[in-house]
Ligand binder design. Structure first.
Ligand code: BDR
Ligand code: CA
Length: 317
């Protein structure tokens, strides 16, 4: 696969890894990076995306646009305890040498989807606020996007936000996730069911060469990310959440996909952001359900072993 792609991100350590990986595959025509509030507040997400574009050598070709500063209906909750105060573990990034773009990410998403109608892939690796706002502005976006692949959700596994029910990106803006899921946009959800199986160990990190500025940066942020996992979960491996979503956009064979209906919980007392999934097979036994509501693909596990090995090999190539 490949073709025009837009990455909507809240960088974020694994967002940075995902961008590095996407470029290293050489298979995509990256049209824009849109930033959203999530792991860090919006101004920091924009600054990080711009710094990453400079580091990765794409800042003259790939514009960065700022989007929504908070979830649609809630206050922002960040994940700076995981990614560091600045979102990228305090590791030095080059200063951008191109001016900040004034256009709003939500407008850009709609423009690119019009320009590349039917062809554009969106890989969303933060809360879905920008994508949902773009749909509110123009609901026909759902018919123009080739496919949305988003990192988010947890179906048969625990979540990673208290009380352990919902995944972070969906928890932060469940209303946005619900709007997107129910919009009719073709989507593939890559959530914790798959990404928690895509673990990179400290030993694998040591195999990553660090001769260039970008690989040195990637090693340093991964070192911090692994330390967070070691301290919080007592294990010497970290999940490659956002890079796996990028990989699935190019090759769905990485994951076990099922088609069915996705329901995002926005009201629950303990279940804010929970993603409930009813597979197509089960749906046939539930005649009361609208078969189109929330229809999409959901990754329920990894289909191949050693995504982390492929990830390291791709960055090194
Ligand atoms: C997701 O939450 C964020 O902290 C990560 O960047 C990733 O997108 C994992 O739950
Ligand atoms: Ca992210």
């Amino acid at each position: 696969m490949g073709g025009p792609v837009l990455v909507d991100a809240d960088p974020g350590i694994d967002d940075a890894l995902a961008l590095h990986y996407l470029l290293a595959t050489g298979g995509w025509d990256l049209k824009a990076i849109t930033a959203v509030a999530g792991n860090v507040p919006l101004p920091r997400a924009v600054a990080n995306a711009r710094g990453l574009a400079a580091l990765l050598g794409i800042e003259r070709d790939v514009p960065v646009y700022g989007g929504c500063p908070k979830p649609l209906m809630r206050d922002l909750e960040t994940a700076q305890h995981v990614h560091g105060d600045d979102g990228l573990a305090g590791v030095f990034l080059p200063w951008p040498s191109v001016a900040e773009r004034p256009e709003h990410a939500v407008w850009v998403i709609n423009e690119l989807a019009r320009w590349y109608s039917g062809e554009l892939t969106i890989v969303a690796i933060g809360p879905l606020t920008n994508v949902a706002a773009a749909l509110i502005l123009d609901p026909s976006l759902a018919q123009r996007v080739g496919r949305l692949v988003f990192m988010g959700g947890a179906v048969n596994v625990p979540g990673n936000t208290p009380p352990g029910v919902a995944e972070f990106n969906i928890y932060v803006d469940p209303e946005a996730a619900r709007i997107v899921a129910e919009s009719g946009m073709p989507f593939t959800m890559v959530g914790l069911d798959a990404t928690e199986q895509s673990k990179l160990s400290r030993k694998q990190l040591e195999n990553l060469e660090d001769s260039s500025a970008r690989s040195g940066f990637t090693r340093e942020i991964l070192d911090h990310y692994l330390a967070v996992y070691e301290q919080s979960r007592g294990r010497e491996a970290c999940a490659l959440h956002d890079p796996l979503a990028v990989a699935v956009a190019a090759d769905p064979g990485w994951v076990k996909l099922e088609t069915g209906n996705l329901y995002v919980e926005t009201q629950g007392e303990y279940t804010r952001g929970k993603t409930a999934f009813v597979s197509q097979a089960l749906r046939e036994e539930s005649p009361g359900l609208d078969p189109q509501l929330g229809l999409g693909q959901v990754a329920l596990g990894l289909a191949r072993e050693d995504f982390a090995g492929h990830f390291v090999a791709t960055l090194d190539a």
